[in-house]
Design a protein around this ligand. Structure first.
Ligand SMILES: Cc1cc2nc3c(=O)[nH]c(=O)nc-3n(C[C@H](O)[C@H](O)[C@H](O)COP(=O)(O)OP(=O)(O)OC[C@H]3O[C@@H](n4cnc5c(N)ncnc54)[C@H](O)[C@@H]3O)c2cc1C
Length: 360
């Protein structure tokens, strides 16, 4: 595990360059592999640290916070890679797990590409074989992820396919002109005409969205958000000390609010990870993680506002790390259907007769 934290420290030093270049350097990817970050999600008997397993949630939470504090783009790519490994380990065949593990040990990066445009990606009958039709959008790591797990509409429902992409495959990241998370290479990959066989189909129809892990797994991106939020609080504290402005009552009030928000968010995420590791009463876990998303988002936005006001204009001028982290965090906080997640969480409590302290 120490290797992973050391990697995060080095990635932090390179984060400004990665943002400026909108690209994670080859040296960082080499480091990612050499330090064991890439293999860490794999089962231990296949050369990893078993971090995909829900029971490893506490350790994974620490890693995701460290990566989130270092470079949110790397945290995002690592989270997608781990999610894909986890889905294959949970729903895939032994052969699929071993093949993916072998590719990851050889340096391959995986990802979950689930987002669709209006048409979506489908499995259709071709000449003598099934083929994919359509494309994936908002696919992080487009161009360098070679073992993505993609979702596609099949005849019996949504299906996961673990694809083998040849290096240099066609992709389009020209449209990724986002405010932050520039180095994630989030783009479009077309799959039209690519044959898909039974060995690439992972699990059964509907497995991808099976609860509690589909919604419950959201605690992982929350952990990355918390790491970046905590880093902002540290940088604010450093600024107040260096500038000699820390004794001011208003600044102390801001700092107190920042510490409280970051710590509250961390407690929720750690608890969410623990509950998912127990894997009981799935509905309550999903509700708890849905509310965790709300708490983490609110905490991060509160911290961003206080840090920007407390530091002032310098927080908006490059190459101040605060400027970059605020851009990345603001962008990465945009996750699917936040209103629905919050209201589903509230509805669970509404429909329950348990005291709030006994929920989840
Ligand atoms: C940096 C980054 C990397 C990403 N990488 C990947 C990746 O590798 N793979 C992948 O699959 N995806 C990826 N995504 C996409 C991600 O999974 C989500 O699709 C995306 O973040 C959704 O954000 P959104 O704000 O568009 O969400 P939306 O769900 O569109 O929410 C926007 C707003 O609309 C509201 N809303 C949503 N639905 C409705 C409705 N029906 N009626 C009324 N209001 C509604 C929401 O509550 C919210 O207020 C990435 C996203 C980011 C930011």
């Amino acid at each position: 595990m120490d290797n992973l934290f050391d990697f995060a420290r080095r990635a932090s030093e390179r984060a400004a360059d990665a943002d400026g270049d909108a690209r994670i350097s080859d040296a960082t990817w080499e480091d990612f592999r050499d330090s064991g970050v890439g293999t860490s999600p794999l089962p231990t008997e296949l050369g990893g640290l078993g971090l995909w397993e829900p029971q490893q949630g506490e350790r994974l939470c620490q890693i995701l916070r460290a990566l989130g504090g270092a470079d949110l783009s790397i945290a995002r790519l690592y989270e997608g890679h781990l999610n894909a490994v986890g889905l294959v380990c949970r729903y895939g065949s032994r052969e699929q797990i071993e093949r993916l593990a072998s590719d990851v040990r050889a340096g391959a990066l995986s990802a979950v590409w689930g987002a669709d445009d209006a048409e979506g990606l489908s499995i259709v009958s071709g000449e003598g074989a099934d083929v994919l039709k359509g494309r994936k959008i908002l696919a992080s790591g487009a161009g360098f992820v070679t073992r993505p797990l993609v979702t596609a509409k099949g005849p019996l429902g949504q299906q996961m396919c673990l694809i083998d992409l040849e290096p240099g495959y066609a992709h389009d990241i020209a449209g990724w002109q986002a405010q932050g998370m520039r180095a994630t290479a989030t783009g479009i990959v077309s799959f039209t005409g690519r044959p898909v066989n039974g060995r690439e189909i992972v699990g059964g129809p509907g497995d991808f969205m099976r609860q509690p892990h589909f919604s419950g797994g959201a605690w992982r991106f929350c952990a990355a958000h918390v790491g970046a939020t905590e880093r902002l609080v540290d940088l604010f504290r450093d600024h107040l000390r260096v500038s000699g402005r820390g004794g001011d009552a208003y600044q102390l009030e801001r700092l107190a609010g920042c510490v409280a928000d970051a710590t509250t968010a961390r407690f929720w995420v750690e608890d969410a990870a623990k509950r998912l590791a127990m894997d009981v009463r799935s509905e309550g876990i999903v509700a708890f993680v849905n509310l965790t998303r709300m708490v983490v988002e609110r905490s991060a936005l509160n911290v961003i506002e206080r840090v920007q006001k407390g530091i002032g204009l310098r927080a908006f001028v490059r190459p101040n790390n605060v400027e970059r982290i605020c851009r990345d965090l603001t962008t990465y906080l945009r996750q699917p259907v936040p209103d629905l997640a919050m209201s589903d969480g509230a509805r669970f409590f509404l429909d329950s007769s348990l005291p709030v302290g006994d929920l989840g």
